[in-house]
Design a protein around this ligand. Structure first.
Ligand code: FAD
Length: 498
């Protein structure tokens, strides 16, 4: 069939596809169509990681992959001198499995020690003055995780995807066309099955990119999901996360998180010996925090990290070796969690470094919500990353579970190719969708439970919290959230009480 005829048929077929952005069918005389095997819509961290994995894996490397983003891919320099001196405020804590993925696809540029900061411990505690805390430590084989700026991760993955042969297309997108669900659709004479079954991205300048598989990696306001008629469940938390880079009194390698009644505050190490604060709180409080000057904000953050009816005394840090019931609890917890080193004495409480001042730009806030797609796939369309799930940042897992989506989606496509099946068929994609939706749904429910538990001021819940390790042992969601991060590389989970 000639390209001209294909395009004119495509125009008719588009009328039976579902579109979003712009109105009506888009095939015009100036249309230029390019066909791919996979079009990834959204070239952020997750879309670019998926593109890398597809081109890197032997069975999928021959697929023709395009990545669409409103912004042209950045061309990162390999020199540390070109990074801004003060790290950007948007950072992600990356788990060992994400670090392994980034390394495997050849984007290890992003996680080099000069561009990231490692943390070997994670310390979680609450607003009570009891100083009970949980502490997770690295196994000695490597850090518990690394903190990297989102821009750095994205740049490295984009550059690698291009090296591997992915085509990036940027510019204004007029509409995304996804095939309608088959159920309940009366087919009309003249509908072209093949063309309508191929999702397409139509640019304002007339370019059309189409493929049997369109991946929505366009974040939590996904237009791919809207085009495919995929709906979400979830809710706004009525909270905002205030974040900024800070100067601190000493370098540190612990990810600190303290739960306050208004939400958790986290202090994470970032490159250059600085810290990054993510402070989830009420919208009113967030607005006030955003309006504070650099030193006033630092003073409030310090107070939030230390004071509850008086600062946490540092003398408590090393005074207790941990024997008796504490050791027994730690041991039992470690055994239950399947972690090594359970018999070692509980680790001491570590005081966070002093937050001295906001560094670089001002503090900014982001709305927090949970959103979960009711299905991850729909006739030639599949969702990954925040397009499929948006979660609270308290566990530092959002982008990590997105990378997990990419791994399983690529494995699913590989298996289909290996067994001669259609990799874009719903039957194939549903294997990926069901497994990831289950797993990610459990994470979302766990986070909601942890939030509710830690933010409750009910004396009963506070009493329950004070059992600390017992709670972790007995309460699945808590275990899942905190151990989820550490699971692949942790040596010990300790609880300590005064
Ligand atoms: C305060 C805060 C702290 C966080 N901390 C962590 C953490 O420590 N660890 C962690 O794992 N996660 C964390 N997260 C979550 C993490 O940031 C997200 O999970 C991650 O950014 C999702 O990546 P993504 O590529 O799926 O989506 P996005 O980052 O939203 O990327 C979407 C891409 O699609 C493109 N796009 C969107 N719409 C269009 C369109 N119409 N046309 C063309 N292009 C389009 C965008 O330009 C962008 O490049 C945090 C989130 C917040 C809010």
């Amino acid at each position: 069939m000639s390209m001209r005829r294909a395009l004119s048929m495509r125009g008719a077929a588009m009328a039976s596809c579902r579109g979003f952005l712009g109105a009506g069918p888009s095939a015009t005389s100036s249309t230029t169509q390019q066909d791919f095997d996979v079009v990834v819509f959204g070239g952020g961290m997750i879309g670019s990681a998926l593109a890398c994995l597809l081109k890197q894996s032997p069975l999928t490397s021959e697929l023709k992959v395009a990545v669409v983003d409103r912004n042209a891919p950045s061309s990162p320099s390999s020199s540390i001198a070109d990074l801004p001196q003060v790290p950007d405020i948007r950072v992600s804590t990356l788990t060992p499995s994400t670090l392994a993925l980034i390394d495997r696809v050849g984007a290890d540029w992003a996680i080099h020690p000069t561009r990231s900061a490692s943390f070997h411990d994670m310390q979680v505690w609450d607003q009570t003055a009891s100083r009970k805390h949980m502490r997770f430590s690295g196994s000695g084989e490597g850090p518990l995780g690394r903190v990297v700026e989102n821009e750095v991760i994205k740049s490295a993955l984009q550059r690698r995807a291009q090296e591997l042969g992915c085509e990036y297309a940027s510019g204004g997108v007029k509409e995304v066309l996804a095939p309608r669900p088959r159920v309940g659709i009366t087919r009309e004479a003249g509908d072209d099955d093949d063309l309508c079954d191929r999702p397409s991205v139509v640019f304002e300048d007339g370019r059309v990119l189409s493929a049997p598989l369109l991946v929505g990696a366009d974040g939590s306001e996904s237009i791919v999901a809207k085009s495919a008629g995929i709906r979400y469940e979830g809710r706004a938390y009525g909270q905002r996360a205030v974040t900024c880079t800070v100067d601190v009194s000493r370098p540190f390698a612990t990810a600190f998180q303290r739960f306050l009644p208004t939400g958790p505050i986290a202090l994470l190490p970032v490159r250059g010996g600085r810290g990054n604060i993510v402070w989830s709180t009420t919208p009113e409080h967030a607005r006030r925090l955003e309006s504070l000057g650099a030193r006033d904000f630092a003073a409030e953050a310090m107070e939030a990290l230390t004071v509850e009816g008086g600062p946490v005394p540092s003398s408590s840090s090393s005074s207790r070796g941990g024997g008796g019931w504490e050791s027994a609890l730690a041991s039992r917890a470690s055994a239950l969690l399947g972690l090594r080193g359970g018999a070692s004495p509980p680790a001491a409480f570590e005081d966070p470094p002093e937050v001295v001042s906001v560094a670089g730009g001002r503090q900014r806030s982001f709305p927090l919500a949970s959103k979960h797609a009711l299905t991850y796939c729909q006739r030639g369309v599949v969702l990954v990353g925040d397009a499929a799930h948006r979660i609270h940042p308290l566990a530092g897992q959002g982008v990590n579970i997105g990378f997990g989506d990419c791994e399983l989606l690529v494995t699913t496509i590989q298996e289909a190719l290996w067994s001669g099946q259609d990799f874009s068929a719903n039957l194939t994609l549903e294997k990926y969708a069901a497994e990831r939706r289950n797993k990610n749904g459990a994470m979302i429910r766990s986070l909601d439970a942890v939030r509710a538990l830690y933010q409750s001021e009910s004396p009963y819940v506070e009493a329950a919290r004070s059992f600390g390790m017992d709670l972790i042992n007995g309460f699945g969601p808590l275990k899942q959230v905190f151990v989820g991060f550490a699971s692949s590389n942790a040596a010990a989970a300790d609880i300590r009480s005064p």
